[in-house]
Design a protein around this ligand. Sequence first.
Ligand SMILES: NC(=O)c1ccc[n+]([C@@H]2O[C@H](COP(=O)([O-])OP(=O)(O)OC[C@H]3O[C@@H](n4cnc5c(N)ncnc54)[C@H](O)[C@@H]3O)[C@@H](O)[C@H]2O)c1
Length: 350
Amino acid sequence: MKTIAVIGCGRIARDAHFPALDEIDVRIKYACDLIVEKAQAMKEAHPKIENVITDYKIALNDPEVDAVFVLTPNYAHYTVTMDALRAGKHVMCEKPITVNYALSCEMKKEADKQGKILNIGVCNRYQKSVEMLHDMVAEGKFGNLYHVYASFRRFRSIPGLGGAFTTKEQSGGGVLIDWGVHFLDLILYILGAPKLLDVTCDAYCEMAKDMKDYKYTYMWAEDTADIENGTNDVDDFITGYVRTDKASISFNGAWAQNIGVDEMYIDFLGDKMGARLNYCGQFTYWDAKTLESHTTDHDNPNFYKAEDEAFLESIGTGVKNRNNIDNILESAKLLDLLYQSAAKRTELKC
Ligand SMILES: NC(=O)c1ccc[n+]([C@@H]2O[C@H](COP(=O)([O-])OP(=O)(O)OC[C@H]3O[C@@H](n4cnc5c(N)ncnc54)[C@H](O)[C@@H]3O)[C@@H](O)[C@H]2O)c1
């Protein structure tokens, strides 16, 4: 059985990873958070956690620890992951890899140098619907799959306004790096790792210019919000276009918009078939010959559990799996190029 430490005991730890790890044969020697009460609360809810610590270096210096889960905010992914790799630990780091592509490449280099597995939490790669679409595309069911459109738009949300989520220096960006990271990663995965050719993008920070006056229907990470003195300099709306050597890709994303509907889906347009993947759900596909539509009705296993299990298996076998950083770096490059294109207001070659 592998021994792990979990660093960062916030929402994703509480709602996704600790419940998943409860169902996996793994020893959790440490739960670590700078705020001791958060780690303590996790220990109370999950008795298999053995120790609560606030300094993650204690876990890194423990030879019994095989791997660490880095579940901190984006700004800490790089430092904690690099320290862990240098201490000889395997790492499962939440998405996005970190705040930009250059630092992401350094993380990959360090994992290679240390000969350790570094996986990234793009959990949707373990969704049943995604696996099915991935296989349908690989089998050529779509014919010429010429375009993919993604919509990740919600009515007025925005996480932790004024805090780390909306401060570019700490998060790397807004809705594109927070939600778009999943959508674009899924598209590249389902298309079968296309070569990126050129990108163009526009980013907007429009909805909460006056933070104190911002009205919202939903805000998560409210404990990190700072509407009095904080910063909001990230994209709340993003739109872009990507050419690849396979399908072209277009997308619109909004943490917040003055349209009172939530639209979270990806459309795959082929000449023989089209499909709409409802985010985190089932998908519908249309056959060009019969004009009939079919909506899937499969069980959706817990994809956090699947990614955690796959990571632990990967550190056992040494075989890199679909969430290995080697397979995620291209989407980090894409996010970076899109942000650069938006900043320069011009199309960029990849
Ligand atoms: N895969 C997904 O679908 C998904 C969903 C939500 C969040 N996330 C990612 O998970 C990460 C965490 O998000 P969250 O919403 O849980 O944030 P959060 O703010 O709720 O939790 C982060 C925790 O990390 C702790 N922390 C920060 N620096 C630390 C350090 N050096 N040592 C120990 N603890 C430290 C904080 O005190 C906090 O409790 C983010 O990168 C986010 O993008 C992924």
